[in-house]
Design a protein around this ligand. Structure first.
Ligand SMILES: [Zn+2]
Ligand SMILES: [Zn+2]
Length: 332
């Protein structure tokens, strides 16, 4: 089968013919219909996560996967189209038992720890992680990661809250649409004019263009306004600096992006305003099922931008250079 192989840091992926995966008892073989390209893939390709995530090369990347089932399981049948809930835990630790296998010590992610979706076929360790779907696979693919992360980053935000979203990537774009279903007031902050105008189209109440520093540009435009929630989909030094000063009493900073920023926390501000800080990594399988329902009701768009598998290095370059408005989706 044809696959895009990650062999070496900072090198293009290599398009090669490799052996199809062989499945054992309990495993499911998927014919990949589409697989989204995530900033996480870039972090792996450029070696940003070397110390945190153990990626053994050569490996097929691609962790945002939709595929067609090739062999019957107990709950899925040959021919079903499925999204992969891509966190395979031990099923025994406290995180797995609570439904958060992404925090499991032994978590396996296809396209990170095992071969993923930038190929014609992918092997799935357990059918328990498959969610049946129908519809256009290209549009559905981003639900598996960008959509799920977006959903889990905003699902418990109260109706009518005043929310600022930092960053204009696919996760932020999907999160905005979910927030608008709850009548929140939304301000989107970013650097890219084209992406910000897309945010207005998707229902943002206000967009703010950052030229220099996120907190300075934001505070100069909002004056005394404060947010109930600020959700940082970037997570860099630039987005995090002084961000807590713009959060209202009992408000919350959520950090979703993984650009490796650091910031100082003014202790008294936290206490006197009763602020909270929370990290958001992926979501639960139940979240994914709820999200698919919202998508089927045509309440959100995933903004998929299709590329062929042969064009994957171009897609990587486009993502890196901010040319993608929405989510790049690779079709084998
Ligand atoms: Zn990802
Ligand atoms: Zn576990």
């Amino acid at each position: 089968m044809k696959a895009a192989i990650f062999k070496e840091i900072e090198k293009p992926l290599s398009i090669e013919n490799v052996k199809e995966p062989e499945i054992e008892q309990g495993e499911i073989l998927l014919k990949v219909l589409a697989s989204g390209l995530c900033h996480g893939d870039l972090h792996i390709i450029f070696g940003d996560w070397k110390t945190d995530v153990d990626v053994k090369t050569p490996i097929i990347l691609g962790h945002e996967i939709i595929g067609q089932v090739m062999n019957d399981g107990k709950n899925v049948k040959k021919g079903d189209n499925v999204l992969v809930y891509n966190a395979f835990g031990c099923n025994e630790c406290k995180y797995c038992k609570r439904g958060y296998p992404q925090y499991c010590d032994k978590v396996k992610i296809l396209g990170v720890h095992e071969n993923g979706g930038f190929a014609e076929y992918v092997k799935v360790p357990s059918e328990d992680n498959l969610v049946k779907v129908s519809g256009n696979p290209i549009d559905l693919a981003p639900l598996a990661d960008a959509g799920l992360t977006a959903y889990s980053s905003v699902k418990d935000i109260e109706e009518g809250s005043n929310v600022a979203l930092l960053g204009t990537g696919a996760v932020s774009m999907i999160a905005l649409q979910i927030l608008k279903l709850k009548n929140t007031k939304t301000t989107v902050v970013g650097r890219n004019y084209f992406k910000l105008s897309k945010m207005l189209e998707l229902g943002a109440d206000k967009v703010i263009v950052v030229k220099n520093n996120y907190s300075e540009d934001l505070s100069s435009k909002i004056g005394r306004e404060k947010f109930d929630y600020i959700i940082d989909y970037v997570g860099s030094n630039e987005t995090l600096k002084d961000v807590l000063w713009m959060i209202d009493r009992m408000g919350e900073l959520r950090i979703v992006g993984e650009f490796g920023g650091e910031f100082t926390v003014p202790e008294q501000l936290m206490v006197l305003r009763g602020l909270r800080i929370k990290g958001v990594l992926y979501g639960t399988k139940k979240d994914l099922e709820e999200l698919v329902k919202i998508f089927n009701e045509k309440k959100i768009k995933t903004l998929a931008v299709p590329y062929k598998l042969d064009e994957i290095n171009m897609a990587i370059d486009d993502l890196l250079n901010e040319r993608i408005i929405g989510r790049a989706v690779i079709i084998p």
